[in-house]
Design a protein around this ligand. Structure first.
Ligand code: F6P
Length: 342
């Protein structure tokens, strides 16, 4: 067989581990050839292809980012996009495509399969961990470890200065990173998109903690979180100009906490640091397991499927099970974070 791989959407640590695993399994077990499409769905639309060999993909497991590069190109928003993809598949004599991506990439893959007959298998990735039908996506564990380390560092400086430090983390729609990172780092308050809270309650919680003799606090806030009763932020945009990305919540929250409590408060935005660098061992292993399983599905001609982690097993589900809605935070987990508020 000849198969193609693309990585779409925002990058995350573990993408190169997936590419390495797919090439290794395809060549060594199935005697197949693999090519990489560059820059997400732009690659198959514009026939941007690179050969992927055992030699060229060795030594990649630790490397962050994606050697295939990525984009948010959408063939369904491009003139003749789907047709161009099918022509490229034909031109390079490719039997199937493995698409590695988040919600939008999976939606495109699903529509390409059902409406245009593309033989496609998907691998879920996102640091946000908000994809349905899989317990975890790779990239998430690395992001959480970055957040944890950042909070560790914020703790020592917060304590020295008797400050409240707000740490804004990624998660435009779901609070997985904030909650896991907050629990692991020992945060004193965590604010997530799933549960808007009144600023007065946050301030009360911090004041109680300080009344117990703790003169500093760490507040973790997901970038998509908002305060209860707040449709729009008190000041500054909640979303960037293109409407894509929640912004500014950390800074706004810090100002409000300072106003309400009188404690000196500062904000730190971790941003893309959470997406960069080497994957953790967990993400390397998960990405490798996903890559091997997806390759086997292609060779079994089980198309329209996505690999998923359920319990400790890597299984396959219909791509359609993972799209349509996002996997929001398990509020039992938030309950664990709450034990440490105030
Ligand atoms: O990868 C997911 C994510 O990190 C979101 O948490 C975030 O809102 C978004 O991507 C930002 O991505 P970019 O800045 O690349 O558009």
């Amino acid at each position: 067989m000849r198969l193609g791989i693309l990585t779409g959407g925002g990058d995350c640590p573990g993408l190169n581990a997936v590419v390495r695993a797919i090439v290794r399994r395809s060549v060594m077990e199935h005697g197949s050839e693999v090519v990489g499409f560059l820059e997400g769905w732009r690659g198959p639309m514009e026939s941007m292809v690179m050969p992927l060999t055992l030699q060229g993909t060795g030594g990649l497991i630790h490397r962050g980012g994606t050697i295939l590069r990525t984009s948010r190109s959408n063939p369904f928003k491009t003139e003749r996009g789907p047709e161009k993809i099918m022509e490229t598949m034909e031109k390079h004599r490719l039997d199937a495509l493995i698409a590695v991506g988040g919600e939008e990439t999976l939606e495109i893959a699903d529509a390409m399969g059902t409406k245009h007959g593309l033989n496609v298998v998907c691998i879920p990735k996102t640091i946000d961990n908000d994809l349905n039908a899989t317990d975890f996506t790779f990239g998430f564990d690395t992001a959480v470890n970055v957040v944890m380390e950042a909070i560790d560092r914020l703790h020592t400086t917060a304590e020295s200065h008797n400050r409240v430090l707000v740490c804004e983390v990624m998660g435009g729609n779901a609070g997985w990173i904030a909650c896991y990172g907050g629990i692991a780092g020992g945060a004193d308050f965590v604010l997530v998109p799933e549960k808007p809270i009144k600023i007065k309650d946050i301030a009360e919680s911090i004041k109680k903690r300080h009344a117990r003799g703790r003169d500093y606090s760490i507040v973790v806030v997901a970038e998509g979180a908002r305060l209860e009763g707040e449709e729009k932020p008190a000041e500054g945009p909640l979303r960037s100009a293109n409407g894509q990305k929640p912004t500014g919540v950390g800074e706004r929250l810090a100002n409000l906490i300072e106003q309400e409590t009188g404690y000196e408060t500062r904000a730190t935005v971790l941003g893309h640091i959470q997406r960069g660098g080497s994957p953790t061992a967990f993400d390397r292993v998960l990405a490798t397991r996903f890559g091997v399983k997806a390759t086997d599905l292609v060779h079994e001609k089980k198309f329209g499927r996505m690999v998923a982690l359920q319990g400790n097993q890597v299984v396959d589900v219909a791509i359609s099970e993972a799209i349509g809605s996002l996997k929001t935070l398990d509020m039992n987990l938030y309950g664990v974070a709450e034990v440490f508020f105030s």
